[in-house]
Design a protein around this ligand. Sequence first.
Ligand code: NI
Length: 193
Amino acid sequence: MTIRRILHYPDPRLRRQANPVLEITDSTRRLVDDMAETMYQAPGIGLAAIQIDEPWRIIIIDISQTRDQLQVFINPKILSREGEQELEEGCLSVPGIYEPVSRARQIRVRALNRDGQAFEIETEDLLATCIQHEIDHLDGKVFVDYLSRLKQTRIRKKLEKRGREQGAESPRSEYATGRESTAAVAGRTRLKI
Ligand code: NI
């Protein structure tokens, strides 16, 4: 497994429409494994393939405190949405920025798992927000798109400046490398999806 570089907003590659996965092969599973390694190391609770420059409709999520409940959604599709909730979101592609976003509170989703089997789940609260945030990535959307123009401009400028300072090619983590302890992850409640 390889830790891959995460693209940062406003990288135009985050704006692409991801392609459906037509066949789940060993290389698909290798990509899922790389995504998991990258997400856990970051650390974050969700990642879309497009964020590591792989324009395929694959997302992974792990909202468990123990960091061992990986959920894989290939070609995910939201079948229904109900209610509304506002949670503060962050994103591994928008480091250091956290803003409230309003989304459906409850959703029904259909997808394929890592083995290519179809499944459907109905979910709410945090997981519902995570899935909607990640599916947005597959459609070239980032959570800052929901904010005011003024905020979007401010965030873009801030991240462009930071990108220039850090140099575009080095892999970045806001924290020390290596997998964090469960307590450290649990202690930080902000959502990096
Ligand atoms: Ni994100």
